[in-house]
Design a protein around this ligand. Structure first.
Ligand code: NDP
Length: 279
């Protein structure tokens, strides 16, 4: 019997997860099926129930995308610490009547930055732009890498402050270097790693970031993928020595690899999958 997996979202047609998981399964010789399921906006729990009940083989797991990550968090019967910190679940594992909720976004980002882009986070000054779901999901995994500081800046500064307060309550051992601010607070500060977790790139909005934000040898990372965003162009335009620019495709593939590992116990190679997707 083939183990069944699916990604749930609305919309979901654009999701690259079925293709990525099919490539992982082929590469590792795993016999799985993986489908994209469009759930009604108010029908996520019902769609999960149907998926569990129907089908040829056992339902083993699900990936969850916009707008259901918070609902998946509530639906899970157990949650990992990183899901608790994220306040959202992007991976559900079905085990003997239990529904275990995890969040692999932060692990995916950290792996992409450290392993694929060869940039250590330990001891570095990190700036995280944005305070939405994506930003929240990556804060704890970033802090666990022990950067010297992590500043979260958001257009609506109160949301960044709220995130920092909540994270400080949930994981105080990691949060001494964690601070919140607005764009004006960037002033003349410089950072070694600047991560754009805003959706500004989707409508080509320009973020008010001074050139000095990007230190020499800085990594400028945009979670948006598949296009050159104004943030990426801004970083390049500084002409800063040693500066590198990356989009979020690596994060997307690495978070999927982490979910695949949770489901199958095998870690797939991500480089060939990234190359295929970029091709
Ligand atoms: P949310 O809608 O939850 O949050 C959006 C964030 O962007 C908020 O902080 C918002 O600020 C900020 N923002 C939006 N427009 C502007 C603007 N014009 N100027 C300044 N700030 C702006 O989205 P998510 O957090 O879920 O996703 C953010 C991005 O990350 C998306 O583009 C998504 O595609 C990408 N992403 C990529 C992943 C990957 O694997 N590569 C995984 C997850 C997300 P405010 O609070 O002030 O409104």
């Amino acid at each position: 019997m083939t183990d069944r997996y699916a990604v749930f979202g609305n919309p979901v047609g654009h999701s690259k997860s079925p293709r990525i998981h099919a490539l992982f399964a082929k590469q590792t010789g795993q016999d799985i099926s993986y489908q994209a399921i469009l759930a009604e906006k108010d029908g996520f729990a019902a769609a999960i129930s149907s998926f569990l009940a129907a089908g040829e083989g056992p339902a083993r797991g699900a990936n969850v995308t916009v707008p259901f990550k918070e609902e998946a968090f509530r639906l899970a019967t157990r949650r990992t610490a990183r899901a608790e910190a994220a306040g959202a679940v992007n991976t559900l594992s079905f085990e003997a009547g239990a529904m275990i909720g995890d969040n692999t976004d932060g692990a995916g980002l950290v792996r992409d930055i450290k392993d694929n882009l060869g940039t250590p986070l330990a001891g570095r000054r990190v700036l995280l732009l944005g305070a939405g779901g994506a930003a929240r999901g990556v804060i704890l995994p970033l802090l666990q890498e022990q950067p010297s500081s992590l500043l979260v800046v958001n257009r609506t500064a109160s949301k960044a402050e709220q995130l920092v307060t909540e994270l400080s309550r949930l994981a105080s051992e990691y949060t001494p270097g964690l601070q919140a601010g607005d764009y004006a607070s960037l002033n003349q500060q410089s950072f070694d790693i600047v991560i754009n977790a805003t959706s500004a790139g989707l409508d080509n909005s320009v973020l008010p970031i001074p050139s000095a934000t990007f230190a020499p040898d800085c990594l400028a990372y945009d979670m948006v993928y598949g296009r050159e965003t104004p943030f990426m162009a801004q970083a390049r335009a500084t002409g800063q020595a040693g500066l590198r620019v990356a989009d979020g495709l690596g994060m997307l593939v690495e978070q999927a690899a982490e979910a695949f590992f949770l489901g199958r116990g095998i870690r797939p190679q991500t480089a060939p999958v990234m190359a295929t997707l970029r091709g």
